[in-house]
Write a protein that binds this ligand. Structure first.
Ligand SMILES: O=C(O)CCC(=O)C(=O)O
Ligand SMILES: [Fe+2]
Length: 195
């Protein structure tokens, strides 16, 4: 079932804009993708003053430290193309709209703190590899946080759009075994029309 991870007792999806599907990538494809990610020029994620423990590499668009802006960068390699198409198909988008791919390796002890993805991007479609992870979501409701979460099984795919993308923050706690992810993003309409 599409939103299995987020179905409550009444079979209602708990988070609008979160779509999930298990088993989209085979075990053999997973091994290949992990090998490709490990061979990529991964570097410690850095944004302004902040350094995370996860290792990342961007294709298509990336943050330029020289001018503090997002700008086109190295094109996506061929090995990513079939997965970009699959991600686009899952989200009902055109593969060409997914202009950015972010590779991440989370070694044991690395996670990702509470955030919303940068507003230059719109759709976010992720492929989860390696250790299963819980993606946590929260949004401020009055004085406290409303929370929910989704289990990301290895070889699954998820799509954040609408409320899940814009109204909620998400995070992933550090794990004890490695996890890899590939996230594809489209540009926001403001960014696309400014080009
Ligand atoms: O590893 C993931 O699946 C999520 C990564 C994430 O939230 C991000 O790069 O903005
Ligand atoms: Fe994110």
């Amino acid at each position: 079932m599409a939103d299995a991870a987020l179905i409550d007792l009444f079979d209602m999806p708990l988070l609008a804009g979160f779509a999930y599907r298990d088993g989209d990538v085979t075990a053999e494809e997973e091994r290949g993708l992990i090998a490709h990610i490990d061979e990529s020029a991964l570097s410690l994620f850095r944004f302004q003053q902040w350094t995370g423990k996860r290792l990342t590499h961007s294709y298509g668009w990336s943050y330029d430290f020289a001018n503090g802006r997002f700008a086109p960068t190295e094109p996506m390699p061929g090995w990513l193309e079939p997965f970009r198409s699959r991600a686009a198909h899952f989200a009902g988008l055109d593969p060409a709209d997914l202009v950015q791919a972010l590779l991440i390796r989370y070694d044991p002890g690395a996670g990702i703190g509470w955030h919303r993805d940068r507003p230059v991007f719109e759709h976010v479609i992720g492929i989860s590899l390696g250790e299963p992870a819980k993606m946590r979501f929260r949004r401020r409701m009055g004085g406290k946080f409303e929370r929910t979460s989704a289990l990301l099984a290895p070889r699954s795919i998820y799509h954040l759009s609408g409320e899940a993308r814009h109204g909620w923050e998400h995070s992933i706690l550090p794990l004890t075994r490695p996890r890899w992810s590939i996230t594809f993003r489209s540009l926001s309409s403001a960014m696309s029309s400014a080009r």
